[in-house]
Design a protein around this ligand. Sequence first.
Ligand SMILES: *[C@@H]1O[C@H](CO)[C@@H](O)[C@H](O)[C@H]1NC(C)=O
Ligand SMILES: *[C@@H]1O[C@H](CO)[C@@H](O)[C@H](O)[C@H]1NC(C)=O
Ligand SMILES: *[C@@H]1O[C@H](CO)[C@@H](O)[C@H](O)[C@H]1NC(C)=O
Ligand SMILES: *[C@@H]1O[C@H](CO)[C@@H](O)[C@H](O)[C@H]1NC(C)=O
Ligand SMILES: *[C@@H]1O[C@H](CO)[C@@H](O)[C@H](O)[C@H]1NC(C)=O
Ligand SMILES: *[C@@H]1O[C@H](CO)[C@@H](O)[C@H](O)[C@H]1NC(C)=O
Ligand SMILES: *[C@@H]1O[C@H](CO)[C@@H](O)[C@H](O)[C@H]1NC(C)=O
Length: 313
Amino acid sequence: MVASTRIHLAMLVAAAALLRPSVAATYVVGDSLGWIVPPGGPIAYETWAAMHSFEVGDVLEFNFTTGDQDLARVTKEAFDACNSSNPIFLQTTGPYNYTLSTAGEYYFIGTMDRHCFLGQKLAINVTAAGSSPSPSSSVPPSRVSNTYVVGDDLGWIVPPGGEIAYKTWAYDKTFLVGDKLVFNFENGTQDVVEVTKDSYDSCNTSAPISVETISPAVITLASAGEHFYTSSYSRHCALGQKLAINVTSTSTGEAPCPSSIAGPPSSNPSPSAQSPTAGGPSSTVPKNTAQGGAKLGMGFSLAIMGVALGLVH
Ligand SMILES: *[C@@H]1O[C@H](CO)[C@@H](O)[C@H](O)[C@H]1NC(C)=O
Ligand SMILES: *[C@@H]1O[C@H](CO)[C@@H](O)[C@H](O)[C@H]1NC(C)=O
Ligand SMILES: *[C@@H]1O[C@H](CO)[C@@H](O)[C@H](O)[C@H]1NC(C)=O
Ligand SMILES: *[C@@H]1O[C@H](CO)[C@@H](O)[C@H](O)[C@H]1NC(C)=O
Ligand SMILES: *[C@@H]1O[C@H](CO)[C@@H](O)[C@H](O)[C@H]1NC(C)=O
Ligand SMILES: *[C@@H]1O[C@H](CO)[C@@H](O)[C@H](O)[C@H]1NC(C)=O
Ligand SMILES: *[C@@H]1O[C@H](CO)[C@@H](O)[C@H](O)[C@H]1NC(C)=O
């Protein structure tokens, strides 16, 4: 992500903070995957949905190519059966921005060929604006030292939808020196290795900075800067079990900037990317309106995630 976009993001974050309780957010469905027949099957959009929470007024940006995909909103019954014969709404030209205008459940499918059966389907819950569904148990109110459970209920696995899962998770989270990352995984099936940026980019885990083999692995973020984590098990990194975060020092007095999900991390951070007045460490996670913006799903009902986990195990 280039510096200008980072500045833009910082401004939006600041604006979002000023405009609380909330402003409408736009979510690109599936993030960089877009709206397609997902390679991993239905779990891709289940995972994506479970990592976000949606409010009335938010917009879903369905990014698809006209003629290759389409978009239908359907009933729950039609969603479950992949029955596209009587959609509530049908859009054949993409990309398309769907505004979530009322609270409740929304079911979307692709109607072409066997797209729905192959996993092009998205179910979400939309809550009334401002009613943040926050079981804040996973995020202590005190910002002195946060403990983050990596991937929330997904845990630390080879994510079904690829590396987008942990990018989405990290997006907009603020990591400060002293915060802890908790990696939950099954002993003997994963590990946590911290690696250099080069190793991370090339998925070469032969010379890790540190290795954690016992779950839960609790890692205290001891230094500011970029930190890169993956698993040293064969192909786990290549399949997307990787997490990159920016850790901000607490002592500088600067407002922390959220980790970026886009683009390769750069070694020369832009000083202007720091949000000037975002309210400091104790401010709540702002809802942002940037492309792919994610008001993170840590508070979102994890019902779907349960389904996802059921399929994984
Ligand atoms: C939509 O998909 C196209 C082609 O994959 C991509 O170039 C573009 O950046 C995507 N747009 C968004 C908003 O993600
Ligand atoms: C699909 O739904 C329509 C009504 O919406 C119904 O008439 C039809 O029988 C359904 N088809 C299947 C295969 O269930
Ligand atoms: C959807 O909304 C986003 C963000 O506001 C905007 O950048 C994009 O151009 C819109 N796309 C369409 C097809 O209207
Ligand atoms: C919406 O939330 C309700 C209540 O928590 C839950 O039973 C339902 O499965 C959710 N639906 C979707 C599509 O997430
Ligand atoms: C992986 O990294 C190690 C040490 O950093 C290096 O010796 C080795 O050549 C690298 N392997 C590949 C395939 O790049
Ligand atoms: C992993 O093993 C350690 C000790 O061997 C045990 O205490 C821990 O509960 C195990 N974790 C899981 C998730 O099974
Ligand atoms: C960390 O922040 C810098 C500067 O804002 C950015 O260029 C880089 O991509 C970020 N890295 C990660 C892993 O988010």
